[in-house]
Design a protein around this ligand. Sequence first.
Ligand code: UD2
Length: 310
Amino acid sequence: MMARYLITGIAGFIGSSLAHTLVEQGHDVRGIDNLSTGNLDNLADIRHAIDFHEMDLQDATGMKSACDGIDYILHQGALASVPRSVKDPLTSHESNINGTLNLLIAARDAKVRRIVYAASSSAYGDQPTQPKQEDMLPRPLSPYAVQKLTCEYYLQSFYRAYGLEGVCLRYFNIFGPRQAADSPYSGVIAQFTFKMMEGTAPTIFGDGLTSRDFNYVDNAVSANLLACLAPSEVATGRVFNIGTGKSHTLNEVYATIAGQLGFTAQPIYGPPRAGDIQHSLADITRASTELGYLPKAHFHEGLKKTVAWY
Ligand code: UD2
């Protein structure tokens, strides 16, 4: 059945990927973005098929009209990045927490059926046990992790207090085409690819053995669609890890991209970044068994498509 979707952060990396899939499937797509980090180029080929509004999440009147008549909200809009939040915690707080709260109030008043939230694996912080399971105690290390975790709690409280259905997807390092590459706050795969294509050796922060559960964007898109359609008793008020169950080190990522591009220079090693976690790996049992989530796109094939896109 066709449904009406609102995507926040629609001009960003994951938001625009969601928009392409939903438009292809024939759904009604409305999208908002304040274009602070998003880019309308990401929507160029589907711009005619979506109802786009340049708008900030903190604009209460704007959120009211954005939520009007919507079935599902896919809330991707945020000032992402751990180091950005370390540098300027207040600005990212305003965008990530105040913006989300403002959206939740509008969604509640508009009687939106369900909101699916882009939560973050950073919530686990320096929790030492691997792989990460949703029931582990969160130990956030950065302002960004605190902000993303706070909004999970806000979603849960809006369900309990007002009956607004919310599902939290804890994304583990999503990568793929359309991820911005030209900022120091971009994801590592995008930055490494961009720099090597320019002929500059990227910097690896730390010893190169830092590892992440890198998850290709198509898997995150499918998780969002499953989260909208899952029965309420399974999904609502709950948190799901959206990773792959496998991790790769930064040295491996560097070598793989370099191999694909024929880039021969050795990496530069720098000190670890403040707020960084050493290892991150998802246990995806809950999402698999309860949402039917299956990360079909694998790391190497995803990396090939990503490098080819830039
Ligand atoms: C965090 C979250 C992720 C998502 C993301 C949004 C964790 C484990 N993951 O990603 O789920 O919410 O934030 O922004 O918290 N690095 C380099 N060289 C560079 C750039 C990065 O070595 O030029 C390192 C960086 O220090 C880190 C790793 O690469 O150890 C990954 O960094 P990232 O910024 O791509 O993602 P991360 O893990 O902060």
